[in-house]
Design a protein around this ligand. Structure first.
Ligand SMILES: CC(C)(COP(=O)(O)OP(=O)(O)OC[C@H]1O[C@@H](n2cnc3c(N)ncnc32)[C@H](O)[C@@H]1OP(=O)(O)O)[C@@H](O)C(=O)NCCC(=O)NCCS
Length: 170
């Protein structure tokens, strides 16, 4: 069975929690699983204390009364009427089960509620899963930086800047 064969995780097993600075180790651990280079705990903590930034952590209970485990995160920042998703990730065993969409939508709603009209993010052109997620949420391409992401194997991928209007529903 691949992760794609699992059904979406029911809402009652998922908590989306606003992250306090104490959540920095959980977020850094998830970041290290998913990104290279990864942000260390201090780097994440600095973002969490930034008054313009906020982060959501998705915790999942693996059984009815089990303890919630950190499964994903989304970190964003708002400046005036524009917001940005700085990073988003879901741990591999929990991917393709609806958490990425929940996290991105959670940050979008929060950004809108404090006055942002547009939400931006950057994604590698070869990151098919993330691009599908963002397309489903109404993001469209507004810019491209050729060869921005350098891979360890020497290859490079374009960075796409995507944006969506927070005042339209998807
Ligand atoms: C991108 C990422 C956050 C998506 O999280 P996720 O929890 O797996 O996403 P969801 O289950 O909420 O999927 C939402 C939609 O995204 C798209 N999607 C997600 N994973 C996909 C995959 N492997 N292949 C194709 N489409 C995919 C689908 O359209 C999906 O909707 P569907 O399941 O109804 O078809 C996750 O794959 C991840 O953490 N990747 C590594 C880190 C990363 O690349 N972050 C983004 C950097 S810009």
């Amino acid at each position: 069975m691949t992760t794609n064969d699992y059904p979406p995780i029911e809402d009652r097993y998922v908590s989306l929690l606003w992250a306090e600075p104490e959540a920095a180790p959980d977020i850094a651990k998830l970041h290290a699983e998913l990104f290279d280079p990864a942000w260390d705990i201090d780097a994440v903590r600095r973002m969490l204390v930034d008054p313009c930034a906020s982060a959501l952590v998705a915790k999942v209970r693996l059984r009815e009364f089990g303890p919630p485990v950190p499964a994903g995160f989304a970190l964003g920042r708002v400046a005036a009427d524009e917001a940005e998703i700085l990073s988003i990730g879901v741990s591999a065993p929990f991917q393709r089960r609806g958490l990425g969409r929940r996290l991105a939508e959670g940050l979008s709603r929060a950004a809108k509620s404090i006055g942002a009209n547009r939400l931006f993010l950057e994604v590698a052109a070869d990151n098919e899963s993330a691009r599908q997620l963002y397309a489903g949420l109404g993001f469209t391409e507004v810019g491209r930086r050729p060869g921005y992401y350098e891979r360890r194997d020497g290859a490079a991928a374009d960075a796409l800047t995507l944006s969506r209007d927070l005042n339209t529903t998807t």
